[in-house]
Design a protein around this ligand. Structure first.
Ligand code: C2E
Ligand code: CA
Ligand code: CA
Length: 360
């Protein structure tokens, strides 16, 4: 058998005449051995490794192919947690090829304006009156069609392209406010909610870019709501709490997205300058499926009430859900029951209607 160091902390091990089963058994033994702590300068140190396994050879694949497939499997193992292993499957390769090509195409896509924002209405659950919209990005790809954000936001985060993309989203969504004001028959001040990704929020220029956007657009800051997730607020690295206060100081409102799915410390939450909680769809889904679900949703709404935050339920699909949410005191909601996310032109049509109450 041969061990090679490929560079950095990457190694390759060649097991001759081993099948998949042998390779897996070897992998487990190797990881156990590596996990035994050793003393280094009176510190106890344990190492771990993520391992990708590829079997074959003699099937037309070259050594370079095998190495790159092992690499693909290793990255998959790494993504699923520390010290795991994965056996290479051809689908892994396709998924990576797709990610890599989306990543390569993304910069040009930003320059060429291939991204579009759709807007999902947020309503007052009781009256069904429209209060604002959440901006949701899509990639109108020339050959792949509409690519949903779950497929490219994480790629944009990895490559750092979330910074220019996020800036564009912010500019575009805030600019819509002025368009809506011109159309809205009764001058109601609608809000726009904008999703902010972790890396975007962490970037040093983020607060400044929000300030510049507001300044350029002359938008009323309190009508702009930035949606952050609990996980972004978990620890105070990069002066996160200070940043929240700076943003609040600009006048924009902050919402916690997917509330209840992370692990917010309630004591912490109390000190955040946020104004609303978005109750994750999973709670809404479970509401009518048994007593626990309803109780849990009620508890989340109650947290909002105690902290004097407004609550917005996400992913409402049925009348029964809306009725149940209203009964536990959740004021605002969004979901397919009211409307799917709409292209800007469809939003404009909606605003020309004589009443802003949505009917389903
Ligand atoms: P999110 O912020 O939780 O957005 C809500 C998602 O639920 C949206 O999916 C929306 O289309 C979908 N949805 C709304 N109502 C319903 C419903 O009644 N039923 C069901 N099944 N789904 C509903 P979408 O647009 O695919 O976005 C997925 C996620 O991608 C978002 O989750 C958000 O985390 C991220 N995202 C979207 N746009 C942006 C953006 O502009 N910037 C950043 N950083 N992330 C974004
Ligand atoms: Ca959101
Ligand atoms: Ca959400």
């Amino acid at each position: 058998d041969t061990v090679a160091r490929l560079g950095g902390d990457e190694f390759a091990v060649l097991l001759e005449n081993a099948n998949e089963e042998v390779a897996e058994a070897w992998t487990r033994r190797f990881q156990e051995t590596l996990g035994v702590p050793v003393m280094l300068d009176s510190h106890e140190v344990a190492a771990s490794a993520s391992i990708g396994i590829v079997t074959g050879g003699g099937d037309g694949r070259t050594g370079a192919d095998l190495l790159s497939h092992a690499d693909v499997a290793m990255y998959r193992a790494k993504a699923t947690g520390r010290a795991g292993y994965q056996v290479f499957r051809p689908e892994m390769h396709e998924a990576i090829v797709r990610r890599v090509s989306l990543q390569a195409e993304m910069r040009q896509a930003i320059d060429e304006g291939q991204f579009v924002l759709h807007y999902q209405p947020i309503v007052d659950i009781r009256s069904r009156e429209l209060t604002g919209f959440e901006a949701l990005v899509r990639w109108n790809h020339p050959t792949r069609g509409m690519v949903p954000p779950l497929e490219f936001i994480s790629i944009a985060e990895e490559s750092g392209l979330i910074i220019p993309l996020g800036r564009w989203i912010l500019e575009e969504a805030v600019a819509q406010l002025a368009v809506w004001d011109d159309l809205c028959f009764d001058g109601r001040p609608l809000t726009v909610s904008i999703n902010v990704s972790g890396r975007q929020f962490a970037s040093p220029a983020f607060v400044r870019s929000v300030a510049e956007t507001l300044h350029r657009s002359h938008a009323e800051p309190e009508r702009v709501i930035l949606e952050l997730t609990e996980t972004m607020l978990l620890d105070d690295k990069d002066g996160m709490v200070g940043k929240l206060h700076l943003l609040r100081g600009l006048g924009v409102r902050l919402a916690i997205d997917d509330f209840g799915t992370g692990f917010s410390s309630l004591a912490y939450l109390r000190n955040f300058p946020v104004s609303s909680l978005k109750i994750d769809k999973s709670f809404v889904d479970d509401m009518l499926s048994g007593r626990r679900g309803a109780e849990l949703a009620r508890a989340v709404v109650e947290i909002g009430r105690v902290l004097e935050l407004s609550t917005v339920a996400e992913g409402i699909e049925t009348e029964d859900q809306a009725t149940a949410l209203e009964a536990i005191g959740c004021r605002f909601g969004q979901g397919y029951l009211y409307s799917k996310p709409l292209p800007a032109a469809a939003v404009e049509e909606l605003l020309l209607r004589p009443t802003l109450a949505l009917t389903s």
